[in-house]
Every structure is written in C-alpha cells, then in structure tokens.
Design a protein around this ligand. Structure first.
Ligand code: ZN
Ligand code: ZN
Length: 83
C-alpha cells in the first residue's frame, strides 16, 4: 500500500530516529528517477513501501533491507478488542 507508506516519515535504528530517504534522494546507488521505483512503484520524492529493495538506510547508506543496522520496527497499533 503505497499511500500508507507515506505516513512513516522516520525510522528507528539502534535506538535513534532517522528521516527515511525518499525515492530519488538516496545517494550512491540507483539512477533514472524519471520512472517509478522498479520495486514498489514509488514516484520521485515519495517514500518507498517498507521492505522495498531501493530504499537507502539513512544511517549507513546501504540498502535498507540488507544493511547491518538494527531497524526497530514499531508494532502495529492493535485496535482495542471489543469487550
Ligand atoms: Zn521502492
Ligand atoms: Zn544501515
């Protein structure tokens, strides 16, 4: 869900919060931002869908899905169970 991905503007890595890097803002890999992201179809300046292999880690600059940083995934908010 590309729309939903736009809400998570930051990511927690090793206990610190970093701004996520939008498509076309990463440096060092990838090129050709005139076409949508090949993996998640994000457009330039849109955030990638979580898990997209084109998202760059804001901490180390590698691919977010394969870099050595420990990404802290915030648990989804569970709706209160009806009592
Ligand atoms: Zn993407
Ligand atoms: Zn990293």
């Amino acid at each position: 869900m590309l729309v939903g991905a736009q809400h998570d503007l930051t990511i927690r890595i090793n206990g610190e919060e970093y701004d996520r890097i939008a498509y076309g803002r990463q440096q060092g890999f990838g090129e050709g931002w005139s076409i949508p992201c090949h993996d998640c179809a994000a457009l330039e300046d849109q955030l990638h869908v979580p898990g997209c292999d084109m998202e760059q880690c804001p901490r180390c600059g590698q691919q977010l899905i394969s870099c050595p940083c420990s990404i802290e995934v915030e648990p989804e908010e569970e709706p209160e169970a009806a009592s």
